[in-house]
Design a protein around this ligand. Sequence first.
Ligand SMILES: Cc1ncc(COP(=O)(O)O)c(C=O)c1O
Length: 382
Amino acid sequence: MARVPFQPFQLEEWQSLYEMNTEFNLADSGVQPVLLSEMLQTPDAVSAFLNSDLHYPAVNGTELLRQRIAALYGPEVTADQVLVTVGAAEANGLAVTTITEPGDHVVVLEPGYRQVAGVAANNGCEVDAFHLIEAEGWRPDLDELERVVRPDTKLIAVNNPNNPTGAILTELEMEAIIAIASRVGAWILADEVYHGSETSGIDTPSFHGRYDRLLITNSLSKAYGLSGVRVGWIVADAETAQDLWRRHEYATISTSNLSMKIAELAVEPVRREELFTRNRRLVRDGFARLADWAGSTDGIVTVIEPKATALAFPRLDLNLSSLDLAHEFRHDGVLVGVGAHFGVEQHVRITHALEASYMDDAFARMSGTIERLAGAVGRAER
Ligand SMILES: Cc1ncc(COP(=O)(O)O)c(C=O)c1O
């Protein structure tokens, strides 16, 4: 079989190249990060952490961490259904390479975080998308999903709440996706990393327990504000969890011992709720600030209010590709996500849940860019 040309992960490549050398980084996707000192709140906790041995930890995740993660999904879920990974990034990658083989058909949701699409394509799969429709407030086009799913579709991947739009599927939409998957026996991969970041304060329902061919991925990076800890997980039936574990040994062996200590604290129910409350406050304040700024741009920037996530995916009516536009912002010192990297032109992705003064300075810079461009390239036709 011919080797497939490698597809780079454009979004992460963009961030790797520029996030360390641009003055304002609004291209990230989480809230203002939590400090280690905020996680280790007592002298005992500090001492336990400092006295951690620096040996390899349990490869599939410590028993305590896997038990605590399992409990988040219900009393019937056991620790052997959980694999702890290096972020949801590893979890998603393992999910694709465990479930699919070259030649399989995979369906993803767009606009979206294109990791699953890229890994599947690099693995020799054929990838199609179904879309969230902007004119309907980013609702999923389920008729399109019906059309693109085939008898040989192996995997349907959704990200809920969605990066970059912040849209949340309704339970009816979730059930419709499951019904379509079940008709052809496809697996569903539900990436739920933004669970816990809802502005309403109401938890997004999980796909867990609704279907048997199901993989749930999640991590500490978004709603918990702990992306540097690099802990994620995947929940599946116990047999599939073993298959994932065998691939995890090749990929990374394990995540870090120290990270799992922090993770054990973070997923403990009381602390988890505190972290989610912090996240939701930052997300609500951040979006209000972004909406004010958008309102000051003479209609050039318009945005559908996200229901969750620290992100907004505004439309910019300027006569420029999203990549050129993002480069213009970057030259003025602000890094934003490029719409095309999520599958949609005329948009950029902006993280807004960072410190107020940082955001205000970055928005002032972006207003300057927009004014300059409105004169130079003109406004795009709607
Ligand atoms: C939807 C989604 N899934 C997975 C990831 C990977 O996250 P991490 O590996 O930090 O858990 C990201 C990061 O931006 C994401 O947005």
